[in-house]
Write a protein that binds this ligand. Structure first.
Ligand code: DUC
Ligand code: ZN
Ligand code: ZN
Ligand code: ZN
Length: 462
């Protein structure tokens, strides 16, 4: 049935900034925004003292990754999207990955099979390209027709990476589709040698992980990725930027007039490489790639975020149980499955450390966690903005709430959180998904109502 809701007296976080106004929802759309809207026929939600954000979009998740293998992720599509929703994220973009030698269509079918009817928030897929040949190339037009307009390639991981020549061809081919390609920027050969050097020195504990892939590994790959983009004459996305060195490469390219997009993740702002000095195997909880970096890197990323140099914030949510598959690397750090959880906590982490401290505004947060993700990935203005005609995915945010992040109370189905004990300021109080109340105070109240988002061309605003 079609319901109407009036969200009354909240501070709406609009693209131009915060505005005190009412917002009306009819069915699954926002139908009016303005002062003193009539309440006839509406369920009224009082939002005085609250912020109203567009539903947050996580540009980077890995649910049900390595399915069926010993290093399978902890969160599947059911638990991962429930956690996202509980934390105020109404849409995720997950990485679909074809099996070696298989078509993009086969990966799309597999990912639909896992997500359809099981997801509690809306979702789309980036398509990972690891084989690149005429057959795969011919599939790009089919992908566009299927609502897939973003791709990912790796310059690292021997089993995933493409050559530079292939990377160039991928960017050129995706440009013709009006899509966008993101890249995991680490130099694969340097990582391989870095791991070998640590092992040779007898360093087998998680403490060796960051040493095996220092900042130059990222900086070199970012530089090469942007060089390939320049040659192709089409902008690309750098995913999960972690270092000042990488940022400097991006700044230099932009100073020459090159257009590019940058994603980073909360862990690179909030956690540092001192986590690799924890006793025993504890540091394995923080083994991800790129690794956590130094305080100077985080400080530089905060400055870049404040200055609008970072376009989107994803989580790279890739959860492995600490008392489970993380132990595959107990004797050898290089065998620790790479990744950390975070899909549930990104909005609260960024609000606490960013907005509440004054480093960014609430409008900046909406821009980097909703509006720009929607634009870059072809969902704007259907998603990413509070506007008449847009989908009614939104979050009523209590800026006064104080709470503590703990694994015991999380929705993520993994046995730890890297943010255990983090004192959060602000919390999503009510999350609307397509016009319906779907989560309240960190608990999901409407399950499996997520829908696949058929995405259009990338909107390249830079
Ligand atoms: N890095 C991780 O830590 N996990 C998932 C994939 C990646 O690139
Ligand atoms: Zn489907
Ligand atoms: Zn990556
Ligand atoms: Zn990733």
């Amino acid at each position: 049935e079609r319901t109407s809701t009036l969200i009354r007296g909240g501070t709406l976080i609009l693209p131009q900034g915060p505005v005190s106004a009412d917002l009306r929802i009819d069915g699954d759309k926002i139908t009016a925004i303005g002062p003193d809207l009539p309440a006839e026929g509406c369920k009224v939600v009082e939002a005085a003292g609250k912020l109203v954000f567009p539903g947050f979009i996580d540009t980077h998740t890995h649910f049900e990754m390595n399915k069926g293998l010993p290093n399978e992720t902890a969160d599947d599509w059911v638990s991962g999207t429930r956690a996202a929703l509980a934390g105020g994220t109404t849409c995720v973009l997950d990485f679909a990955e074809p099996e070696r030698g298989c078509s993009l269509a086969s990966a799309l079918e597999t990912w639909h099979g896992r997500a359809d009817g099981r997801a509690s928030c809306h979702y789309g897929f980036h398509m990972t390209i690891k084989d690149w040949d005429p057959r795969i190339k011919a599939e790009l037009a089919d992908m566009t027709a299927e609502g897939i307009t973003s791709y990912k390639i790796y310059l690292a991981y021997d089993n995933l990476r493409v050559t530079d020549r292939q990377a160039l061809e991928v960017v050129e081919a995706v440009a013709r589709e009006g899509g966008i390609v993101g890249c995991h920027c680490e130099n694969g050969d340097m990582v391989t040698e870095g791991i070998k050097a640590q092992r040779a020195a007898g360093h087998l504990s998680p403490a060796a992980h960051p040493l095996s892939r220092p900042p130059v590994v990222e900086a070199e790959a970012v530089d090469r990725w942007l060089a390939l983009s320049e040659m192709a004459g089409y902008p690309v996305n750098v995913v999960h930027l972690s270092t000042l060195r990488g940022l400097e490469v991006i700044r230099a390219a932009r100073a020459r007039g090159q257009k590019c997009y940058v994603e980073s993740c909360p862990q690179y702002f909030l956690l540092n490489d001192d986590k690799y000095l924890l006793p025993g195997f504890e540091s394995a909880k923080f083994v991800l790639s790129p690794p956590l970096r130094k305080k100077e890197d985080s400080d530089a990323l905060w400055q870049a975020l404040s200055a609008g140099e970072i376009d989107t914030m994803g989580t790279d949510h890739c959860s492995f149980n600490f008392n489970g598959v993380k132990t595959l690397g107990r004797e050898d750090f290089s065998k620790i499955p790479n990744g950390i959880p975070g899909v549930e906590h990104r909005p609260s982490l960024m609000y606490t450390a960013g907005v509440a401290t004054g480093r960014i505004t609430a409008a900046d947060m909406a821009r980097m966690l909703a509006e720009q993700p929607a634009k870059l990935f072809g969902m704007y203005p259907q998603k990413g903005v509070l506007a008449v005609g847009s989908d009614a995915d939104l979050v009523i945010w209590n800026p006064e709430a104080r709470w503590t992040i703990t694994a015991a109370e999380q929705n993520q189905r993994v046995d730890y959180t890297p943010y255990e004990g983090f004192e959060a300021v602000g919390r999503p109080e009510t999350v609307f998904l397509s016009g319906k109340v779907a989560a309240e105070n960190g608990k999901v109240v409407l399950e499996k109502a997520g829908e696949f988002v058929h995405r259009g061309s990338a909107q390249l605003w830079r």
